[in-house]
Design a protein around this ligand. Structure first.
Ligand code: AMP
Length: 179
């Protein structure tokens, strides 16, 4: 399947839920993509083709929807999966990074030994969606904080009108764009 056809199928498979979780937000519901074997399979094959020559050591996913795509891609590429979680969820020693929300702050964490003993591990970061970019920026900085390199940040959906990818200090790729 050509990239344009995949983008079209992925866009059609994602459901918009207006005013969720609060008024004014259009929530991008990926459950209707995940339960569609043809589209989910085509998306994962597309990501596998894109990243198979990146010589990655790990794929890291952001809690929680990022885990789904990151873990599926990691097994396809034959590399390990690393979870980046909200504060207080990881059981071993962690490194953390705070980021600003519209109101207040949030924090993400990674295990200090997430990339085992691999020196300068090459890591792909994945989340389902980039909005303001705060979560992905903090996650990519965590990867660097534990001595690895975030070679790219990958998203299924980018909300272009929020300009979140401009805040990232690493290359980024999004399958579909909402303008
Ligand atoms: P941000 O840090 O603003 O880029 O927000 C990204 C995170 O919030 C991702 O983990 C998304 O899953 C979630 N998110 C933000 N906006 C939406 C939206 N409109 N629909 C679905 N998820 C969203």
């Amino acid at each position: 399947m050509q990239e344009a056809e995949i983008v079209k199928k992925v866009s059609e498979a994602i459901r918009d839920i207006p005013d969720f979780p609060k008024p004014g937000i259009v929530f991008k519901d990926i459950t209707t993509l995940l339960n569609n074997a043809e589209v989910f399979g085509a998306l994962m094959r597309h990501l596998e083709m894109r990243y198979r020559d990146y010589d990655l050591d790990f794929v890291a996913g952001i809690e929680s929807r990022g885990f789904i795509f990151a873990a599926a891609l990691a097994t396809r590429l034959g590399v390990g999966f690393v979870p980046i979680r909200k504060k207080g969820k990881l059981p071993y020693t962690t490194v953390s990074e705070k980021y600003a929300l519209e109101y207040g702050v949030d924090e993400v964490e990674i295990h200090i030994d997430a990339f085992r003993d691999k020196k300068d591990a090459k890591v792909l970061l994945i989340d389902d969606l980039i909005a303001t970019g705060g979560t992905a920026k903090a996650a990519s900085e965590l990867i660097e904080k534990v001595g690895a390199t975030c070679v790219e940040a990958c998203f299924v959906i980018e909300l272009d009108f929020l300009g979140g990818s401009k805040t990232l200090r690493v290359p980024h790729y999004a399958v579909m764009h909402v303008s």
